[in-house]
Design a protein around this ligand. Sequence first.
Ligand SMILES: C/C(=C\COP(=O)(O)OP(=O)(O)O)CCC[C@H](C)CCC[C@H](C)CCCC(C)C
Ligand SMILES: O=C(O)C1=CC(=O)c2ccccc2C1=O
Length: 298
Amino acid sequence: MTTKQVSHPKTKLWMAAIKPPMYSVAIMPIWVGTAVAFAETRVFNLVVFSSFVAAAILILAWENISNDVFDSETGIDQNKHHSLVNLTGNKRLIFWLGNLSLVSGLLGIIAIATWQKDPTVIGIILLCCGLGYIYQGPPFRLGYQGLGEIICFFAFGPLAVTAAYYSQTQAWSMTSLAASVIVGIPTTLILFCSHFHQVKDDIAAGKRSPVVRLGTAKAAQLLYWFTGSIYPFTLLFVLFGIFPKWTLLSWLSLPYAVKLCRHVQQNHHLPEKVSNCKFIAVKMHFWSCLLFGLGFMV
Ligand SMILES: C/C(=C\COP(=O)(O)OP(=O)(O)O)CCC[C@H](C)CCC[C@H](C)CCCC(C)C
Ligand SMILES: O=C(O)C1=CC(=O)c2ccccc2C1=O
């Protein structure tokens, strides 16, 4: 009984530190870029797709692991019990674990470029990693200036989707670029949502996230507009004949979008209650991107 009571919170903390659901965020741009490539060229290379997905997960793991390392240096994670550094008490180990993850991920990307005899994909992904570093690493820490959401949009949207498209086709596509907007927006909303419950700690550490800058009430309103934008954008691209009509399947994720906006509207000022909103955003992102990609495949 006692063992259970003691071990349960520890397991929970580790799960919160590892954040398994978050990794769908790495998979979806690869899925959508590959789906657009299939729709346009009927090419689908399963080995390239699987290698890219594995590499993207490892690169995102590096981003998250090193986030805990860099944040331990600014003091912003003092109250974050599920920080990997706080959990292990070994910053060096976590730092090298992150680097190992990055190198393994990049090896996957190098393998794809070698099969293609073309370094373009490496270039695009190195750019993503560079953006990931300047978001949180010294001396840049652009996330602390409130620029994380812009970085996030370009890394997970245009860059990652284009890289996935290119990995299948060795070509560029305007449709893939348009599709990347539909992936980039919900990914960015996850990051935006992750800041609602952290306002106090962020202000104390000098981090001016968009939610700190706007205040939680205005940020909750902005969330409505951005969440709501994905669906009419998709419709517009379908009407212009850029996306196939089946991409409207992504509208089935609307209940999550409504749940997210309502939850944040009601609880934006209550850190304990609003803290789970990023996971509602992850669900909305997962279903909207999965169905959106499927719309290109059918
Ligand atoms: C680590 C990230 C967010 C956590 O930020 P924060 O410090 O506010 O959170 P905590 O409160 O939990 O400490 C994600 C940040 C994403 C970043 C803006 C861009 C990352 C770029 C990636 C390396 C791109 C990978 C793309 C992949 C599909 C190949
Ligand atoms: O821990 C987080 O808050 C996030 C982790 C993460 O990997 C990610 C990726 C893309 C957008 C947002 C986020 C997070 O918010």
